[in-house]
Write a protein that binds this ligand. Structure first.
Ligand code: FAD
Length: 279
């Protein structure tokens, strides 16, 4: 199997400092050698990273990269979002990751413009110009009223015109396969790309996972605890865990992977090498 048969995308967050932006240039050049189908750049709901996200997206377009900006309405007006989408279109951006987003704490009431509404908005004003991906949750979104309701709401995003799903990260391959089956039963036949989070730091992983509702299996928690402060041991254990997860997913026929790179080349590159997917 090669990256021609399995689609690989890489997610960045927009760096806040000139040093971070400079470093990311080298990171994307390295990751691009791995046959990246496209890159994506996160967005702070409520517009908290609007300029940084847009800056990185336009910079990467100038360098010729296929880059998908993440976007959410937050509390922004239709005019603001329309303007942003127009600028992206003019710059040759042809993809979008459409989200509801989470407002940063301290920004008041949570945003209530659902991702399905943003997908509908982009389709209404820009037709088929953008390939639109949406978020989905094999372990179910933390605010969803139930498993079946979450799938019903996901279906609305596809009915509104989304082309693909990208999952929240997870460490149970079975959760993905069950979810994909339930999506299929609900009439969702678009590809669902597993989001892959490499493991590099125990505390950060626990913090992120608690916030986004991703379950860290007990054996992974215990294995990481066992590594203590030994960074090399954490790196090696994390690589084994995530490589094995990806192998199970490939065996189960996933269409590709979306890597949450955390703006680093490693360990994403090493996982791809372990999988025998280097071009
Ligand atoms: P939605 O699909 O709108 O769903 C949100 C919740 O509302 C779910 O519980 C759903 O079941 C429920 N719901 C949906 N429609 C309805 C309805 N009509 N009535 C009642 N309930 C409804 N966050 C960021 O801030 N910036 C990013 O760049 C970012 N990128 C991400 C990329 C990926 C691949 C993923 C998986 C997540 C990302 N997130 C990002 C996190 C995401 O914004 C949060 O998980 C957020 O809480 C939900 O966004 P959503 O687009 O999935 O929301």
């Amino acid at each position: 199997m090669t990256t021609d048969q399995i689609q690989i995308s890489f997610e960045f967050f927009p760096p806040k400092t000139p040093e971070g932006r400079e470093k990311l240039k080298a990171v994307r050049a390295e990751l691009n050698k791995l046959n990246a189908h496209y890159f994506s750049c996160t967005y702070g709901a409520g517009g908290s990273t609007r300029d940084n996200t847009k800056g990185l997206v336009l910079e990467m377009r100038e360098e010729g990269y296929d880059i998908a900006p993440h976007l959410s309405f937050g509390a922004d007006s239709e005019e603001t979002i329309h303007g942003l989408l127009s600028d992206y279109k003019d710059a040759g951006v042809s993809r979008l990751v459409a989200l509801r987003g989470d407002l940063p704490s301290g920004m008041g009431a949570p945003a209530v413009v659902y991702a399905s509404e943003l997908v509908a908005f982009a389709r209404k004003h820009f037709g088929d110009h953008f390939k639109i991906a949406v978020a989905c949750y094999p372990e179910i979104h933390p605010q969803a009223p139930s498993y079946s309701k979450d799938i019903e709401y996901l279906k609305r995003k596809f009915d509104a015109g989304a082309d693909a799903g990208i999952t929240q990260y997870f460490y149970h391959a079975d959760a993905y396969f069950y979810f994909a089956e339930e999506c299929d039963k609900a009439g969702i036949h678009q590809p669902i790309y597993p989001g892959i989070m490499p493991i590099t730091n125990y505390q950060n992983l626990v913090r992120f996972s608690d916030a986004c509702g991703a379950d860290i299996p007990r054996w992974i928690r215990k294995g990481l605890e066992n590594c203590g402060d030994d960074k090399e041991a954490i790196r090696a254990f994390g690589l084994d865990v995530v490589t094995s997860l990806c192998e199970q997913l490939i065996d189960g026929g996933v269409p590709g992977f979306h890597f949450y790179t955390m703006n680093q080349v490693e360990p994403t590159r090493q996982i791809i090498e372990n999988l025998g997917l280097l071009p």
